[in-house]
Design a protein around this ligand. Structure first.
Ligand SMILES: [Ca+2]
Length: 249
């Protein structure tokens, strides 16, 4: 009974966890009083679960009222988040005023949609336009952090690559171009290829795109196992502008 978090604070009581970095989140499990051996009348009556990438702006992902069960499961459409908050609005269903949470579990991957295996992995590139537009910006899980939330290159041969750390079965790629981050759509990448490699030296071209104008491009492939992914940009924009601008891969 002492393996729980308990709060008797006035008003909404909350429990928050920092995952340490943005991660794909696809479901939550909450273990209430009854799972800790306490009376089920103390199971949380009403609550909501929110996520955030910065710990200050929150989006509500699940809202529950009238709960009486000891364990609740909350699948959601997969989102990238670093922080998860459980807000307890009605702490029990028998009128008791204490919130009693034995466990708040956060799950990613399976069930909620595809997993982004590139998220926060080690990225490199031929060059960067500025120190704050380095290759890591294309795997930081965000496109809304302003014009520097991207990798940018003015190099003669523009490429970006990520080391997934170990081999993964890859099913598709998603590339978010200039306008996905709020810049001009005339700067969306026009011609590019996507390659994979198991050793970082020998590359196989999986996707070849010419004449793209879209802000976000999705590229499903026949599932292939690889550790490295490379994006080669041959025509960076729709105009004579020579900078590649990639907000997320
Ligand atoms: Ca980004």
């Amino acid at each position: 009974m002492s393996s729980k978090w308990c709060s008797t604070a006035a008003g909404t009581k909350f429990l928050q966890v920092d995952l340490g970095a943005n991660a794909n989140v696809s479901s939550f499990v909450v273990k209430h009083a009854g799972l800790g051996g306490e009376q089920t009348g103390w199971n949380t009556g009403a609550f909501n679960i929110q996520t955030s990438t910065d710990g200050s702006n929150w989006t509500t992902r699940a809202t529950v009222s009238g709960n009486r069960t000891s364990r609740t499961y909350h699948p959601i459409s997969t989102v990238s988040a670093r922080y998860v908050r459980l807000n307890v609005t009605t702490p029990a269903n028998d009128g008791n005023g204490a919130a009693r949470i034995n466990e708040l579990e956060v799950y990613g991957g399976g069930g909620g949609g595809p997993t982004n295996v590139a998220l926060n992995k080690a990225a490199t590139a031929d060059s960067s336009c500025n120190a704050n537009e380095g290759p890591a910006k294309a795997v930081n899980g965000s496109v809304s952090g302003g014009n520097s939330d991207k990798w940018c290159s003015l190099g003669a041969t523009k490429f970006w690559q990520v080391d997934l750390g170990s081999p993964f079965a890859i099913q598709s790629f998603t590339v978010r171009h200039a306008a996905a981050g709020g810049e001009s759509a005339s700067w969306n990448t026009r011609d590019f290829t996507l390659q994979v490699s198991s050793n970082g030296a020998t590359w196989t071209t999986m996707v070849t795109v010419t004449g793209n104008t879209a802000s976000v491009t999705n590229h499903p492939i026949a599932t292939t196992t690889a550790r490295y992914v490379r994006l080669n940009i041959t025509v960076p924009t729709q105009t004579t502008d020579n900078a590649a601008r990639i907000y997320e891969v």
